[in-house]
Design a protein around this ligand. Sequence first.
Ligand code: PLP
Length: 399
Amino acid sequence: MKTQDYIEIENQYGAHNYHPLDVVVAEAQGIWVTDVDGKRYMDCLAAYSAVNQGHCHPKIYEAFVEQAKHVTLTSRAFRNNMLPLLYKKLHEMTGYEMALPMNSGAEAVETAIKLARRWGYDVKGIEKDKAEIIVADGNFHGRTTTIVGFSDDPASFAGFGPYCHSAFPMHKYGDIDDLKSKITPNTAAIMVEPIQGEGGIVIPPDGYLKAIERICKEENILFLCDEIQSGLGRSGKLFAHYYENVRPDVVIIGKALSGGFYPVSAVLANKEIMLVIKPGEHGSTFGGNPLGAAVACRALDVLIEENLIEHSFEMGKYFVEKLSKIDSPNIVQVRGRGLWIGFVLNRKARPYCEALMREGILCKDTHENIIRIAPPLVIKKDEIDWAVGIIAKVMKELE
Ligand SMILES: Cc1ncc(COP(=O)(O)O)c(C=O)c1O
């Protein structure tokens, strides 16, 4: 079967909840993917940062296959011999005392919300059912009904109500005065992305995260940091909040935690917060399973052993510098941290993504006029040079 055959089947039998580029991937390795017709592309999305370690990383593959020979799922009704190792590794890498494993990113965000609310009632003493979590405009935290209920993007929330807006007051991302104006005695937490990924790689003003940390301490509020997309090396640091040298109370991770082999997410916090949730009060059949834990342990090892976090920092700087030199009347801004780059145009980005696809680069438009460039962190300088050449050519052609 050829590309068009697969597309027809998918369009006929699959839900139309995505608008993918018409490339049907059949193979992937490192930063490269190959479609069913044998055409090769550079992947500049990295599965929304889930394959930071590169597609089908051999060491993660080895852990995946090896673990699948032994035990894949026990549910949490029983213990398994992989999850404790993941807990320990997460503690050693991040300094947080405990982790709570889930599967998708949205589930981990839901977990953090439950944790914050329970902490709000049990520790802070907020009146029953009154806890508020302040979020930011332009946020993206996932697709569950609770989460889309505090999105301001109609594509996420419209038509899926009813919502409880009073439980999630919204402030203007980056605006500390506005944030302060939303705080009430019922505020249990403030939840932000340290850089808004889906929002278009939006980097808040310097000092924003530091101010949130200070306000949270002063007002007895939890600081929840969603590092699902920004974390694990994407931004050029282990966590994007390291750029401001802050210590959120709760960090939410996912995506690259499994290097693309298996959905694994987690919430990180210290004991005094994590232990407000008691046995039987939260969980998931697949969360913390031995297959996911084995894969996550190896995926974390790869990030460190292959120096991918520092590499992301260096290559990201190089990529931004090179892209900034492209002379085009249609480029408004090139911004980014690490290998997480927002290439902002003064027109619709989708035709550019389609043209780039034809030339062998896969990337994704976001918010109409922004191309997000986020290759696996294993990309090398000469590959960046090649990509910049193609991008420059496409900018010229579509001028
Ligand atoms: C910051 C952030 N939070 C949460 C999510 C949701 O993760 P998932 O798609 O695994 O549910 C995403 C996904 O893109 C994200 O970027």
